[in-house]
Ligand binder design. Structure first.
Ligand code: 26V
Length: 823
């Protein structure tokens, strides 16, 4: 199984690669934990394997850094508040090409169990959803392509909450992922950075009081994690900042024996990076989030510029040596902070500082939803970062001056593009700051980039047309295919050779094999193996018995109205109704899988979760439906669950209201693994259809243009009154079948759909959704060979959606960086 290339790579690690023999594994196991070999538990074994692997890549990690430094190579810095990394062990063994060797080597430790060792690693869930996972895929691609890059983020002690389901309801539990020492991270206290805020605090009467104007100093401590590229040549770094208060912290300031207050104060400083904000659409002016964003920016820029100067560069060379990508507006304070450093510390003049800032920074937008566009109260800047506010005002003054000179008299334009919103309260518009203060603004799919330009920020796009561009998202085929789907991966390697994980366009070679009956048979067998693995796992883990021959239909993503989990469950209700009322109706056996977290304060999203669980229970209870369809809500969706479910899925649900899903990335993961897509013409799903041919997809529903133009005249009641299936589905919500003894349980949903205008237009699309689902079900039942053909065609056309392609485009069109091979 190990391919020749992986062998080469292994040799490169050889000499050091002896896990046993007391060199690495045994030593770590016994000495790190001070435990007799045969008494160590699987967690301790996991830590020993991970530390051994880290030892193994340490020399190349050092060599990577040394090479970048020595060659003074242009370097990419990716600034993101989120990284949804998942587990690192299997990914690292996969990328180093030593998967089978490690497993074999460990077999000589009689008590180890590879699957259990893998399961002992918690997910690093330092993100909410697509934006955070994209950042992790990009790190993998940058390392694989040998691009000098550092990811910067925050070391949250609590990642995204763990979701439990109690009687159908989401319950959030803290995710204490650092409970055990993390074997991957290296803390580098000697490279700590100081961050100053212009506001101090004092305790009296047991409460905390702000003292504006009295500076407070915090410490950012870097924690580095290795990012091993495929092939193991470049090992880049993900540097996460943890907050601390400085050692020289002045306990004396707390006079009169307020020792305990002083310690409380210290604890407060250290709380800054305690927890990830679990809401991906609004922060409602939360001070802690504001400070987290500044902390990331301040620590990272200080670090970047120190490295830049250590290499002997003149300030004027900044854009030639440094490219900083802002992952959404969350780190957009970097515009003002970089100006502050160049003006106040480097002592450059305004024009030069501004030119360097704009040419160094670039910005990616990830959403058009107005509630997710960040705005921070001017007052918050005034309190904590008055110098940054001064700089933002000056940027705005000069910018508006330019606009006025170009369009004299258009005051309405000035108020629209201003960095400051005046009414209803004074706020800094972070997207405007990001667009004005960087040389590139990109969206994440073609349609999203177009809508961004044509509607969301149309005035700014007119002012800076050359700054706007598109970079359609991608995902790493290493984690999402090679690691997650070993059976399909082995078949691909056999059919196409072993280069596809680094050159995903090679999957095109599968297209002719779609017509080869023997290949289709083997393809089906590989997919069935993945389904069986999932079905076994769900049986063991959740005690749910599923049929691996049934069609698996999955919608997995954050729960949001615009993503329309409601449309999906209304469809299930319509089918449930038909099964109960039409004895001749005999649909294919299907398992409807849902998974995803709702923001803790997003009540309607949590009600949708409850509804899905109630429908699941009703179907199981009812003798008319039991065993004919299954509905499953899997708790705690995250990277590891996605790795299990995606390879087993036959139908991928991508059913957002057209115009609202910026790109989507699970759509790409499903496609690579051979699922067929049912979806609206939204985000990158449109581009998937163009690549594979629409005859290999199942599109339905209104287009973004139709959504926009029919909104004014749209009436959900029209559909409710005229479409019997729509009415039946909605009426079930308050029935004893779904909400026994509690007919008002789903009143909020009924209200949103029928009385409040159904903003996301579920009912407009339900009819065509049902029809398209029926057509798809017929294909599954009547023409399995035709289904497999489409499935193979989807895999064959998925090469474009490798994040390697995306990163190459960022590198050449935005960053101007080249690969830097490590010898
Ligand atoms: C927004 C906010 C708002 C303030 C509170 C904290 C917070 C955290 C995250 C976000 C980001 C929401 C935007 C987002 O995740 N967009 C998704 O980005 C994916 C990668 O580009 C894309 O595939 C999805 O379509 C898009 O929804």
């Amino acid at each position: 199984m190990p391919d020749p290339k992986a062998k080469d790579e292994l040799e490169q690690y050889e000499g050091t690669f002896r896990f046993r023999d007391g060199d690495y594994y045994d030593r770590h196991l016994v000495f790190d934990h001070v435990v007799p070999m045969d008494e160590a538990n699987q967690r301790q074994r996991f830590e020993a394997v991970a530390r051994s692997l880290r030892d193994l890549l340490t020399q190349r990690w050092l060599l990577t850094k040394e090479t970048h430094h020595r060659l003074n190579a242009k370097q990419v810095y990716y600034l993101s508040m989120e990284y949804l990394i998942g587990r690192t062990l299997l990914n690292t063994v996969t990328n180093l090409g030593v998967r089978d060797y490690v497993r074999d080597d460990l077999r000589s430790d009689a008590r180890q169990n590879w699957a259990e060792i893998l399961d002992a690693e918690p997910d690093a869930g330092l993100g909410n959803g697509g934006l955070g996972r994209l950042a992790a895929c990009f790190l993998d691609s940058m390392a694989t392509l040998e691009i000098p890059a550092i990811g910067y983020g925050l070391r949250y002690e609590y990642g995204v909450f763990r979701q439990e389901i109690h009687v159908g309801n989401q319950v959030e539990q803290p995710d204490n992922w650092l409970l055990h020492p993390d074997p991957w991270e290296v803390s580098r206290t000697t490279e700590s950075v100081e961050v100053s805020l212009n506001c101090s605090f004092e305790f009296h009467g047991g409460a905390l009081h702000r003292i504006p104007g009295q500076p407070i100093h915090l410490l950012g401590i870097p924690y580095d994690r290795p990012v091993a590229g495929y092939g193991g040549r470049t090992i880049n770094t993900l540097r996460l900042w943890g907050a601390a208060s400085p050692d020289f912290f002045d306990f004396g300031e707390f006079s009169g024996g307020e020792f305990v207050d002083a310690v409380l104060y210290k604890v407060m400083a250290e709380s800054l990076t305690r927890v990830l904000y679990p809401d991906d659409s609004t922060t409602r002016g939360r001070t802690l989030r504001f400070l987290q964003e500044y902390f990331l920016v301040a620590c990272s820029l200080a670090d970047i510029l120190r490295r830049f100067r250590d290499r002997g560069n003149a300030w004027s060379a900044l854009p030639e040596k440094v490219a900083i990508q802002l992952n959404d507006t969350h780190p957009a304070m970097a515009v003002a902070e970089l100006m502050r450093i160049l003006l106040d510390e480097a002592r450059l003049g305004w024009d030069e500082a501004w030119d360097l800032t704009v040419r160094t920074l670039a910005y990616t937008n990830h959403t058009l939803l107005p509630e997710a566009l960040e705005k921070w109260p001017v007052e918050m800047f005034q309190t904590f970062l008055p110098r940054l506010l001064e700089i933002i005002y000056e940027i705005n003054y000069r910018f508006l001056g330019d606009v006025h000179a170009r369009y004299p008299g258009d005051n309405w334009l000035l108020s629209r593009v201003s960095l400051i919103e005046e009414l209803p309260s004074r706020q800094v518009r972070m997207a405007n700051l990001a667009i004005v203060g960087t040389h590139s603004t990109n969206g994440v799919s073609e349609i999203h980039s177009r809508l961004l330009r044509e509607s969301t920020v149309v005035d700014l796009a007119d002012l800076f047309p050359s700054r706007f561009n598109n970079k359609t998202n991608g995902v790493t085929p290493r984690r999402w295919l090679l690691l997650a789907n070993p059976d399909l991966a082995a078949l691909l390697t056999e059919a196409l050779g072993d280069a596809w994980p680094m050159d995903l366009d090679r999957l095109e070679g599968l297209a002719p094999l779609a017509d080869d009956a023997a290949f289709r048979e083997r393809f089906r067998a590989a997919r069935l193996a993945a389904k069986r693995r999932f079905v076994d796992w769900i049986g063991r883990e959740h005690g749910i018995e599923l049929d691996s021959d049934a069609l698996i239909d999955s919608q997995v993503k954050r729960i949001h109205e615009y993503k329309r989990q409601l449309l999906n469950i209304l469809r299930v209700l319509a089918i449930y109704h038909r099964l109960r009322t039409d004895s001749s109706f005999d649909p294919e056996p299907r398992t409807y899988v849902f998974a995803g977290k709702a923001a803790p304060a997003y009540h309607l999203a949590k009600t949708i979760i409850r509804l899905i669980n109630d429908v699941a229970a009703a179907v199981e209870r009812d003798p008319l439906t039991r065993g004919r369809i299954r509905v499953v809500f899997l708790p705690n969706y995250g990277v590891t669950l996605a790795e299990r479910l995606i390879p087993a899925t036959d139908i991928s649900e991508q059913i957002s209201t057209a115009g609202y899903e910026a790109s989507g990335t699970s759509n790409m993961k499903f496609m690579m693994n051979g699922a067929l897509t049912i979806g609206t013409r939204d985000g990158a799903t449109i581009e998937m259809g163009r690549r594979v041919g629409e005859e290999n997809m199942f599109f339905f529903g209104l287009t973004a243009e139709q959504v926009a133009s029919s909104r004014a005249s749209y009436s959900p009641l029209w559909h409710y009154d005229r479409e019997p299936e729509t009415r039946a589905a909605i009426d079930l919500l308050s029935s004893d079948l779904i909400s026994p003894g509690d007919p008002a349980r789903y009143e909020s949903i009924r209200h949103v759909l029928l009385e409040h205008g159904d903003y996301y237009m579920h009912l407009a699309d339900l009819g065509s959704y049902l029809e398209t689902q029926e057509r798809l079900g017929k294909l599954w039942t009547d023409d399995p060979e035709g289904w497999t053909r489409k499935s193979i065609n989807n895999v064959a056309a998925s090469g474009y959606f490798s994040s390697d392609r995306t990163i190459k485009a960022y590198a050449s069109e935005i960053w101007g960086v080249e690969p830097c091979p490590i010898r």
